[in-house]
Design a binder for this molecule. Structure first.
Ligand SMILES: Nc1ncnc2c1ncn2[C@@H]1O[C@H](COP(=O)(O)OP(=O)(O)OP(=O)(O)O)[C@@H](O)[C@H]1O
Ligand SMILES: [Mg+2]
Length: 246
C-alpha cells in the first residue's frame, strides 16, 4: 500500500535517507522506530509529497505523491510530529474547512466529525481558538484532521506524544479498528513499550537506513524490544559507555 524504493534524501551534508526500500502492507499496524535523526519523519512526510526524494520512488496505493500530491492526500491521513495548528481558527472551523477541501458531503461530514469529537472528548473545545488549546488538545486536532476524510493509509508521527492515558487508549483502539478494516496504519514512537503493545510489524531505522523489519514477535524473539533495538542500531556498547558517566 505504501512503498519506498531506493529512496534517498540529503540536506546539505546530512543524509536523511540512504537508499530506503521498504513496503508497508495493509491490514496491519506498523511501528516506525529509530534514534533521533534516523529519518522517520522525513519518510513519513514523503507520503504526501511534503518532502521530495533526491532519488528513488515513493508510491501510495500506486500514486506518486510528488507528481500527484492532491490525489495522495485524498488517500493518506497524515499527522505531523510538530504541533502546528491554525491559532486563529477554532477546531470546528478547521474541520469544516477540511470537509470542503476533501469534498466530503455535509451529512457525512457531520456524522464523522461528531464521532471524532466524542471519541477524543473534544466537545468543550471545538469552539475555542487553536491558540487557546492545551498541548494535548492541539495534538488531538491534528489527529482528528488526519482521520476526517476516512483515509486508507494512516500515518501518524509520534501521535501519542502529549495525549492523556484515556485518549491514548482511544487512539490505540482506533488504530486497531482501522488495521482490522484492511487499512495501513503507521506510527512512529520512541516509547518501545508502546510499540510492543500496539504494533503488529516493526521497522527500525538507523542513520537513514532500514536496519530491521518484520513482525514484532519474530523480530524480538525472546528478547524485549529495547534490547533488540539497541542491538540492531549498534547502540548497546555506546550505551554502556554513556552509563559509565553516571
Ligand atoms: N528541513 C530540514 N533541513 C535540514 N535537515 C533536515 C531537515 N529535516 C530533517 N533534517 C535532517 O535529516 C535527518 C533526519 O531527520 P528526521 O526528522 O527525518 O529524523 P527522525 O527520525 O524523525 O528524528 P526524531 O526521532 O528526532 O523525530 C536529521 O539529521 C535531520 O537533522
Ligand atoms: Mg521525527
Amino acid at each position: 500500500m505504501l512503498k519506498y524504493e531506493e529512496v534517498s534524501k540529503r540536506y546539505g551534508d546530512v543524509t536523511a535517507l540512504d537508499g530506503v526500500t521498504v513496503d508497508f502492507p495493509p491490514g496491519k499496524i506498523h511501528a516506525l522506530l529509530g534514534p533521533n535523526g534516523s529519518g522517520k519523519s522525513t519518510m513519513m512526510k514523503m507520503s504526501i509529497g511534503l518532502v521530495k526524494p533526491d532519488s528513488g520512488k515513493v508510491r501510495v496505493d500506486g500514486i506518486d505523491p510528488i507528481s500527484d500530491p492532491v490525489k495522495a492526500r485524498m488517500v493518506v491521513g497524515y499527522s505531523p510530529e510538530e504541533i502546528v495548528i491554525y491559532e486563529s481558527l477554532t477546531p470546528a472551523e478547521y474541520l469544516s474547512f477540511l470537509g470542503y477541501v476533501y469534498h466530503i458531503p455535509r451529512e457525512v461530514m457531520e456524522e464523522r466529525a461528531s464521532r471524532l469529537i466524542r471519541l477524543f472528548k473534544m466537545e468543550e473545545h471545538m469552539g475555542k481558538l487553536g491558540g487557546e488549546l492545551s498541548h494535548g488538545n492541539r495534538r488531538k486536532v491534528l489527529i482528528m484532521s488526519a482521520l476526517i476524510h476516512d483515509p486508507r493509509v494512516i500515518i501518524l508521527d509520534e501521535p501519542f506524544s502529549g495525549l492523556d492515558p484515556e485518549i491514548a487508549r482511544v487512539l490505540k483502539e482506533i488504530m486497531r479498528k482501522y488495521a482490522d478494516e484492511g487499512r495501513t496504519v503507521i506510527f512512529s514512537t520512541h516509547i518501545l513499550e508502546l510499540a510492543e503493545a500496539v504494533a503488529d510489524e516493526v521497522t527500525i531505522m538507523h542513520r537513514g537506513r532500514v536496519v530491521a523489519k518484520g513482525p514484532m514477535e519474530e523480530l524480538k524473539g525472546k528478547k524485549d524490544l529495547e534490547s533488540y533495538f539497541l542491538e540492531v542500531t549498534g547502540l548497546t556498547s555506546e550505551l554502556e559507555n554513556l552509563l559509565k558517566a553516571l
